[in-house]
Design a protein around this ligand. Sequence first.
Ligand code: ATP
Ligand code: MG
Length: 645
Amino acid sequence: MSLLEIKGVNRWFGHGESRVHVLKDINLSIEKGDFVAIIGQSGSGKSTLMNIIGCLDVPSSGSYKIDSVETAAMSGDQQAALRRKSFGFIFQRYNLLGSLTARENVALPAVYAGMDLSERQQRAQELLDQLGLSGKENNKPSELSGGQQQRVSIARALMNGGEIILADEPTGALDTASGKNVMEILHGLHEAGHTIVMVTHDPGIAANANRVIEIRDGRIIADHSKSLDIAPSNITSIEEKNSWLFYKDQLFESFKMSVQAIKAHKMRSFLTMLGIIIGIASVISVVALGRGSQEKILKDINAIGTNTISVYPGKGYGDRRSSRIKTLTVADANSLKEQPYVDSVTPGVGMKGTLTFANQSLSAQLNGVGDQYFDVRGIKLAYGRLFDEDDVTQNSQIVVIDDNTKNKLFSDGTNPIGQVILFNKRPLQVIGVAQPNNTGFGDTDSLQMYTPYTTLMNRISGTKYITSVTVKIKDNVNSQTAEKGIIELLKARHGTEDFFTRNSDTIKQTIESTTGTMTLLISCIALISLVVGGIGVMNIMLVSVTERVKEIGIRMAIGARQHNILEQFLIEAVLICLIGGLVGVLFSFGISVLFNLFAKDFAMSFSTISIIMAVLCSTIIGVVFGFMPAKRASQLNPIDALSRD
Ligand SMILES: Nc1ncnc2c1ncn2[C@@H]1O[C@H](COP(=O)(O)OP(=O)(O)OP(=O)(O)O)[C@@H](O)[C@H]1O
Ligand SMILES: [Mg+2]
């Protein structure tokens, strides 16, 4: 039984009119341990036949059996396994990977076979030493002579055993001396039991072989054998491991190769990453800005008073009669105070009027309020004092002025405390100045003053009705329940619902959901930029695949499986996106430093979730957009890939 058996093999290239018939009805069997030379003129079909023998190409018709197994029935990975374990290729143009050192090139087939790193390096070194390349193991192919490169490629062919050595014009690119050296090595291998198939156009070289097959125009025209003297074979191809450790090692190798590829094209990789960097940085920054402003607004709301419910006369803010509706009274406020869920109650009554001091006359708002008002509304004292319960019961003629009023009336720097001002010709003594209102809520330009509501009602306006009641709810009480309670109580007292309530909790929720929606919206826009970035990655990966078709071909020739190639390109895409994502995160931190320098109002607030999501997002983009180019690379036909320059 022959080792290799070719029966009725034809090979056509192209379609239709341009179809060429390169191999015509080839019948050939090669015995184990033979040394065969295939000789013929240029274009006669030698390489085509050789590629079919080496499972780099498939016949258009006919049968090819290796060890009695039909190759046409094998899967891509089974053929890859043959290339990896049984065949060792030696090419005219060496086909070494330029980015790897001599030793790495030699060891590469063993990576795909799952040999341990140390074992691999040791064996590669031994082979290099045997072939007279000691000291050259760390040189890149470009730093070696042609003869040395060819010996590196022979070492690579032997790395996994190389039971069948397939050499296509191994001396074609070499000078006479190096060519002789290579032939001696091949002789040595033959003597050690390797089966050797060599292609040449030089009858002198072919004379080295045991059997010479001549081919012309795709047909075998002569086949001469010397007496076959087959050496007993003692070649053992290395055992393949299939443990998870083996996969881990291969993944690590793919990772290393991806890093090398990225490093080899720094500028291109960076430009590719740019899309991802901008996308990720904008997503994170926008989310951080959204969160920052939301936190700021909520803080302001909380400063205004947690869980307050305000009651106003009328049907709603838009009700124009509400200022004329007289329904809320101090008695209402007092009865609310009795409720178990109420912490404190502040009646409010406001009035616009004329404020006179020294020879100035201004229009201002005087708010009649309870002593709790400042606490509930989060108004802080700058200096002086606030009024207390006694002031309220005694209708004290005192006033707390806001920052605006102080600036208008006492612009000359006079201490306002103790000064008596006139509001609608009634004297009021200034006892305190409030801190400026910078919450952004309400009218920030108006002049606001606060006096006990009793003073305003009894001494200034004479009204019996109040314009608002602000109820502070106890902490552990549900504000919706409390609001219902208040409505029930006032309805019972008034007979009708001639008032309306505003719950700070509702406002808070509204603001939270509004800023949430805004953040979501802007995030979606940023997400689109991420997708655009992903498409950029896909383009570059496609270019990268096209550029490295030759490399892919070499890897396949030495036994890389489809999934090895797929992994390598996928890892490269994911790596680009991941690095882009991480740089994007750093970039957004940079943005926040700048932002915080200029914006004093609020700070960007980063959330771990959004950062994790962003990094996850960039990984997913890498996988999704890297998959197509990687798949394309892995599905290349080995011989098409190899013949590309
Ligand atoms: N992929 C292909 N598509 C079309 N034609 C091809 C293809 N590969 C080879 N051929 C044709 O097949 C014929 C044989 O090519 P092959 O490479 O086998 O020749 P060869 O005997 O190895 O020649 P050389 O000594 O120059 O290497 C040539 O005419 C070539 O143009
Ligand atoms: Mg050829």
